[in-house]
Design a protein around this ligand. Structure first.
Ligand code: HEC
Length: 149
């Protein structure tokens, strides 16, 4: 009897604490990280992805990647058409078979602690950490993406 009361209490506590957990949004959490850590190379002066692809060498020599300075641009690299690119580039190696971090992981912070913190925010914001490309991603995975604005 005592045990079931305890379990009931714990369940209630869990429900209360999780419903109070703050939702991770683009506007409040992700945009500030991108502004601070990414826009010097992915800002409004950077090319659209298609333009980037056409003149990749030139842009890379100028330290410019494709433009990512809006919510809509970001979704392009997460959902479609460049499915999973954000996750593949930001992963710390733990979701990759070869264990090697994606080449943008280092930009997430100046210390390992900061990089891990920002990676967790990205993971929560996206809602599912699938590194699959469009050809391999499932519709379930796509539906599980939160990407709250
Ligand atoms: C010093 C410049 C620089 C910074 C800072 C930087 N990037 Fe990049 N990024 C690049 C360049 C150049 C490329 C294209 C070359 C490549 O594919 O590695 C790129 C490519 C990417 C791609 C792959 C796009 C594709 O082709 O599919 C993603 C995703 C990305 N960056 C995300 C980020 C995020 C998120 C941040 C901030 C945490 C960031 N980058 C910070 C220069 C930068």
């Amino acid at each position: 009897m005592k045990q079931s009361i305890l379990i009931g209490l714990m369940a209630a506590l869990f429900i209360v604490s999780s419903s109070f957990a703050e939702e991770i949004t683009y506007s409040k959490h992700i945009k500030p990280i991108i502004t601070e850590k990414c826009l010097k190379c992915h800002g409004s002066d950077a090319p659209e992805y298609k333009e980037f692809k056409l003149n990749k060498k030139k842009y890379i020599s100028e330290q410019k990647g494709p433009r990512m300075d809006s919510y809509t641009h970001m979704v392009y690299f997460i959902g479609w058409p460049d499915t999973g690119a954000m996750m593949r580039r930001l992963d710390d190696g733990s979701s990759k078979d070869n264990g090697i971090p994606g080449n943008m992981y280092k930009n997430l912070g100046n210390t390992e602690e900061e990089r891990q913190q920002n990676l967790s925010l990205f993971k929560e914001w996206i809602g599912i950490w699938s590194l699959n490309r469009w050809s391999a991603v499932s519709k379930d995975d796509l539906s599980s993406m939160k990407l709250t604005y």
